[in-house]
Design a protein around this ligand. Structure first.
Ligand SMILES: CC(C)(COP(=O)(O)OP(=O)(O)OC[C@H]1O[C@@H](n2cnc3c(N)ncnc32)[C@H](O)[C@@H]1OP(=O)(O)O)[C@@H](O)C(=O)NCCC(=O)NCCS
Length: 170
């Protein structure tokens, strides 16, 4: 049984451990991390997946970003415990996260990840649609999904942090 719920403040340590196990240094040092640098995750969209024993098996976060001057959200990191892969946790997290994003009125989702995994959710190669990264060598993994039919009309440019969403740090 897969149980999904919003991430809570008390989940933070377990999520940090999980993303370290799964992604290593990539959880904080990667093109995806640079795209959202300085931003706070979107609390209403960040999910955890629990198993029948209430063990935290998977995590998915979303972040405010921009593509050129257009608002978008970034999906990731998505991480599932290595010993629990292939049970549908990843798919359940992505489907629920995208559905919540759609209901909340977000229109464009971007990510940097394996095209083979995300294609099934409707993600397309972003560069073919005029969306780019500051590092062209990472663009083969850069993907985009429109949550509404016309959401990508006029959207182009380089993806990066959304300045109005960057948290002010003391
Ligand atoms: C990618 C990941 C989240 C998938 O989680 P999961 O719970 O195993 O996924 P699901 O059980 O929902 O789906 C498994 C299916 O996805 C496929 N899959 C898994 N990783 C894949 C990849 N990188 N490319 C293509 N397909 C992939 C599996 O072969 C399986 O296919 P099947 O259903 O036809 O057998 C998990 O493998 C993981 O944490 N990987 C390391 C971190 C990562 O790559 N995160 C995504 C980038 S941000």
């Amino acid at each position: 049984m897969i149980h999904l719920r919003l991430e809570l403040p008390d989940d933070a340590d377990a999520i940090t451990d999980l993303t370290r196990i799964v992604l290593g240094a990539r959880s904080t040092h990667s093109p995806a991390a640079r795209m959202r640098a300085g931003s706070r995750s979107i609390a209403d969209l960040c999910l955890v997946a629990l198993d029948q024993g209430s063990n935290l098996v998977g995590t998915l976060r979303f972040w405010p970003v921009a593509v050129g001057t257009h608002p978008a959200i970034q999906l990731g990191p998505l991480a599932v415990r290595p010993e629990r892969r292939g049970e549908g946790f990843g798919r359940a997290l992505v489907r629920e996260g995208l559905e919540r994003a759609r209901r909340a009125g977000h229109r464009v989702v971007v990510l940097i990840g394996d095209p083979g995994y995300y294609r099934t959710f409707g993600f397309l190669p972003a560069t073919a649609l005029g969306l780019h990264l500051p590092t062209p060598e990472d663009e083969a993994r850069f993907q985009v999904l429109a949550l509404e039919a016309d959401a990508l009309a006029g959207v182009s440019g380089i993806a990066g942090p959304r300045h109005d969403a960057i948290a002010v740090r003391a």
